[in-house]
Structure formats: C-alpha cells, structure tokens
Design a protein around this ligand. Structure first.
Ligand code: NOJ
Ligand code: CA
Length: 641
C-alpha cells in the first residue's frame, strides 16, 4: 500500500524531517490543477497533520487535526492509514444567479481513511481539495460499528501560519458580526471571525473561512497563547459547553484557505461555491435576483416608525406610493418593515406575530396592488431573535405569503437568541436557518436574512437564500458614528468573499438633517452608486427615501444597474484602500470603483470589452469639487461616444 503513495511525496525542506523509519508515517501531497497550491497530508507517529504551500512557499506549517469528544477518547491519534484515494473534478456548472452565469470547478481531491490501531479502532476520514484559487479540507466520520452519537468538545484544527501576515479582522464574537475591521499583524489578534483575510509584504494573499456547513456550529479563530501566529479553531458552543452534537456518519464544513498572488484575485475566487452541494431546488423560475426599495431607511433616520402611530411608515397608502414608484422606475421589489403587530411592545423575546398586520396596513390589498403592478412585495419577519417562536409561526406565515403572491421575506434576529443560552452562530441556529430556508423553498419564497449565520456558499444548494447582512451595513450611518470610508474598501476582500451582502447602498441624500442632524453618510454620492456594483448582492437595495430619488439625475444609474451578472472582472484593488470591479449583464458592462478617504485617479485597460462592438460610456463620478467630508454631493454625469 505504501508504494502507491510514493509518487505523491515531495521533499520540501521544512517537512522533510517528518520522514522517519516508523512504518506508519505517511505524507501525501495534493496539487491544484495549475500546480501552484499544494496541501500536504502528514501522518506522523499516528497523528494527522496538514501543511499548505503556495508557489513553493510554506503558508501554513504542520498543523494538527482531530477532535476532543465528551466521554470518549479523543479522535486525533494512534492512527494508521487504511486507504488514500485521489480523484478530481473538471466541469463547468450553471448558476441560478450570481456574479457569473457559469462557474468552473476544476480541482483535485484526496480522501484519506484512518483507523485507530488500538481499541476502539475508530475510523476517521479526511478529505482534501486543491483548486487554483485555494485549498480546503474537511473531516468525515463514516458509518461504523459502535459509534452512533458524538458530542464534540473541541475541533483540534490548527492554522499554524508560517508568517506574521497583515490581517483584516473582526472579533470572534459568538453573537455579533456587525463590527468595523481592524488591520494588525496576526500576532495581535485575540480572536477573529472568518473570512479572515491576510496579506504578506509581497502580496501573497490568503483568507481562511468555511464552506458547506450542515448541522455543525460556526468556526471562530482564537490565537494560540504559545505560538503568536497560530490560530485555533474555536467552535461556537451550545449552552452546556458542547460544541457540536452529531450523529455518525457526518461531515464537518470544509475549512477553506483561499490563496492568491494579488488581493484582487481573491474576489473572483469561486472555491467556496464549488465546495457546496449543487442546487437542490428543481423548479427555479420563481427565483428572481432584483433591486428593491423599501419603507426602511425612513425608520432608521427617524422619519417613520416601525410601530403604529402618527409616523407609522407601513401604511397601506405609503406602501402603494412605494409600489407605484418602483413600477414607474423599473425597480422590481419593495420591502415593507413595521407592517405586523407588536413593534411598540418590543422587549427581549417578544413574540412577533408574522401574520397579523396593523390596522392601517391592509396586507391583502397591498399584496394584490403590488401583484397587479408586477412588483414583488418583500415581507418582513423581525423575530427579535426569538427563533423558537419563529419556528412556530413560520408555517402559517409562509403559507399566507404564498397565497398572497408574495415571493420574498426579509428575516432578522436582533437580540438575545431564544432558546435562551443559544448563540446566534451555534449549531442550533445554523440548523434553524437551514429549516427556514427549506421551508421557504417549499413556499417559493426567497430569503434575505439579517443577523443570521455566516455566508458559506450555501446559496449554491439553496438558491432561494438570496442574500444576508452578517456585516456592519449602511444602516450604521443612520444611528451610530457611521462607517468610515475605508469600511467598504475592506468588505469586498473579507466579508463578501463568503457570499452576497445586503449592505443596502444607494443613499444619495448624504445628509438627513430634518431627521438626524448629527448623522450623515461617510461617502460621496458617487460612491453610493458605485457600491451597487462593488458590493455583490442579488437582492440589491436602493436604500434611500423615494422622495430623494424622484427627479434626481443620478437615480438613472440605479434604474439601470442590474442585480445579477453574467461575468465579473476585478480591475484593481488594495485591501482597505480602493477596489474597482467590472460586471457584465447582457452586452453592457458596469464598472464600480471606490476609494477610502483618499482621492485617487486610476487608469485601467478595458481589454474585457468586445473588439467588434462600438461602446458608449456613461460616467457617474465625483465632481471636480467633490470631497467626502465637505462636498460629498458634487457629482457629474458624462457621456462618451
Ligand atoms: C436590523 C436590520 O439590520 C435592519 O435592516 C432592520 O431594519 C432592523 N433590524 C429592524 O428589523
Ligand atoms: Ca443589522
């Protein structure tokens, strides 16, 4: 058996020491199709490890794998290799929607089966995958006698980074993810959430995240106390401290490490999608990527209230005005928040009824009005984090929405999770979100989820899971110190690598002095337009009040810009400083270019354009006197033939 592996063995100096006379030591290298990325499986003295190498440079040094289990011996050592199988995939699959209409899945794969040498002789499988845009691995515990239920106390996975990379990170909180990013060396991280994006001084970029989680908690990264550049897998626990409660057989999510030689190449990585299972929804004609407006910003800036009263936003009349505006301007969707009862009674754990409207909101009438105008109404289900209650409401709510011709729901989980003691990102909530998505698919409903579990590419399997927030969005501009201009120059290289983000851009009323004189948008007007291209979301909100859009020349861009793309190209980018993304729909290209607080001018080649076509350019840009602090609304519209 050993012979069969010899051809995959390499002698990289830093790992050569692992060859020993012990007959159970093994080393197998898996190469990406272009050969640049390598993931090495190592079995040393019965313990499994992995290493990651890119372009012959060690990126992740020999790192441990395994589990600590409740009332059982750890599953992490005393192994011998039973089997190792190499395979691969090379196919192009079609997306239901996305940043491109076709995705190439080209990777090599290695599955290693390990067996404990002593009793209880348990089996553990490790799957490794190597793509040109990164590498990944996951654990699989196959069906076996005597092993039924496992309580995982710790996933022993380590990421022993070979360098003290510069990292962009938010804290590894178990409930919250709405933070501004910090940029420090890895050695200054305490705990971080993923995607954790890092860069070396010579532009090697990597991002650690996860893909395809099913019935498993989310991973946070904790920095090791002993080794300054080692990150430890930290799973979000159950109230009793157990990390994951699983039934054999099971697979963990993929642990993903995207790799690129330039930060801009991270953005076009498709590895996370490729690691998810194919589309599980047969009939997808009801799934529609779209722009939407909403009775929403008005509440955040204090023009309207969610609760019933003199400033109630979700009235039948106001909703009809939003529907009219959407229909007149080719905006497919309208979100209405504050339509259902109980907003005035919001306390922790409040049980929001998901079928009962306030008396000044005629749900049936509004739904049929929207239907007649060809506008998609987006229902809002704020759960106040009472997910336990939501599971009781969801059947009747989704059945009602389907009967009324509603095709989309925005959910939200503000507050302390119920069942009490659960975290937003533990296994229970991962499963709750899966239950809601599947239930939504049964009722032909698309979902936009706020304060939910992290994006991990699950939208490939469930393409009705359109978008989610899971980041500090534009709403913070309305009621906090706001988002500094570099925030949106970090998001495309971090959070958005994981999947679509409902950032809610498009606020062209930079100041809202009538309502919140101390708050403002921390960008120029032109940047708010550019964000609609830069921050990918198949439900893309044009978030401003309709009166701010009405008769505004810059609104033409919002009318025109699609929310679904045939292709995406990244033209430049530096994490936290600037990024330029070109996206194509039919034969039109849209280019969004954003910068942080510093003014910049770029030139880039338009070599993605078709030589045989004569193009016309319409440019929306900062005006000559624009300055995000003192003159943010100065913009120009220029046409070039
Ligand atoms: C927080 C969400 O992010 C926001 O979009 C929503 O309006 C409020 N919760 C109320 O549900
Ligand atoms: Ca939020």
């Amino acid at each position: 058996m050993k012979k069969q592996f010899l051809s995959f063995i390499i002698l990289v100096s830093s790992i050569a020491f692992l060859f020993s006379s012990c007959s159970h030591d093994e080393m197998i290298r898996l190469d990406s199709p272009d050969g640049k990325n390598n993931i090495v499986f190592i079995l040393k003295d019965g313990n499994p490890y992995y290493q990651i190498i890119r372009d012959k440079r060690l990126v992740v040094d020999t790192s441990a794998l395994g589990f600590e289990l409740k009332d059982m011996l750890p599953l992490e050592g005393d192994f011998k290799m039973e089997k190792a199988v190499m395979s691969g995939n090379h196919e192009r699959w079609e997306t239901v929607w996305g940043q491109r209409n076709k995705v190439m899945d080209h990777h090599s794969k290695l599955t290693v089966t390990l067996k404990e040498q002593k009793e209880p002789n348990r089996l553990l499988e490790l799957e490794f995958a190597a793509f040109d845009d990164g590498v990944a691995f996951r654990y699989s515990v196959p069906e076996q006698e005597g092993l039924k239920n496992l309580e995982i106390m710790k996933e022993a996975t380590k990421f022993r980074l070979a360098e003290d990379f510069s990292a962009w990170w938010i804290p590894g909180d178990y409930d919250n993810h709405e933070f501004l990013y910090k940029n420090t060396p890895v050695s200054a991280i305490d705990s971080a959430n993923t995607p954790l994006t890092m860069e070396s001084s010579d532009s090697l970029c990597l991002s650690i995240h996860e893909a395809a989680p099913v019935n498993y908690p989310e991973m946070r990264l904790k920095r090791s106390k002993e080794e300054p550049t080692t990150l430890l897998c930290d799973l979000v626990p159950w109230p009793d401290g157990v990390k994951a409660k699983v039934e054999v057989p099971f697979k963990t999510p993929w642990r993903t490490i995207q790799l690129a030689s330039a930060a801009s190449d991270l953005i076009t990585s498709t590895m996370i999608l490729n690691l998810n299972e194919p589309n599980a929804i047969e009939e997808t004609s009801w799934i529609r990527p779209m722009k939407y407006i909403g009775i929403w910003w008005g509440m955040h800036i204090g023009k309207y209230t969610w609760a019933i009263g003199p400033k109630h936003g979700a009235t039948t009349e106001n909703t009809k005005a939003y529907i009219d505006f959407a229909a007149e301007n080719g905006i497919p969707g309208v979100l209405v928040e504050g339509w259902n009862k109980e907003w005035e009674n919001w306390v922790d754990g409040v049980e929001f009824p998901m079928t009962k409207a306030y008396p000044d909101y005629d749900l049936e009438q509004v739904a049929s009005y929207a239907g007649n105008k060809g506008v998609y109404l987006i229902a809002h289900n704020e759960t106040a984090a009472n997910a336990e209650w939501y599971e009781k409401e969801v059947d009747s709510a989704f059945a009602l929405y389907q009967r009324l011709g509603i095709h989309a729901v925005k959910t939200g989980y503000v507050g302390k999770i119920r069942p009490l003691g659960q975290y937003h990102h533990g296994q229970w909530m991962v499963n709750h979100q899966a239950r809601v998505i599947e239930k939504a698919a049964e009722h032909q409903l698309m979902i936009d989820a706020h304060e939910t579990v992290k994006a991990t590419g699950l939208e490939r399997t469930w393409p009705n899971f359109m978008t989610r927030e899971w980041a500090r969005g534009n709403e913070y501009e309305a009621w906090s110190e706001g988002n500094p201009p570099d925030h949106t120059c970090i998001l495309p290289f971090t959070r958005v690598l994981a999947g679509p983000l409902d950032y809610t851009p498009g606020i062209i009323g930079i100041y809202f002095k009538d309502y919140k004189p101390d708050n403002r948008i921390h960008t120029t007007l032109a940047k708010q337009l550019a964000l609609m291209v830069v921050i990918y979301s198949p439900f893309q909100m044009a978030a401003d009040l309709i009166e701010n859009y009405k008769d505004h020349p810059a609104f033409q861009f919002i009318r025109d810009v699609p929310a679904d793309w045939d292709n995406t190209v990244v033209l430049n980018g530096k994490i936290g400083d600037f990024v330029t993304i070109a996206r194509k729909k039919n034969n039109i290209w849209y280019i969004g270019s954003i910068t942080d607080e510093n003014k910049r001018e770029f030139s880039f080649l338009l070599d993605f354009l078709d030589e045989k076509v004569n193009y016309q350019a319409v440019i929306y840009a900062d005006g000559p006197g624009a300055d995000w602090v003192s003159n943010p609304a100065d913009y120009i519209i220029e046409k070039k033939l």
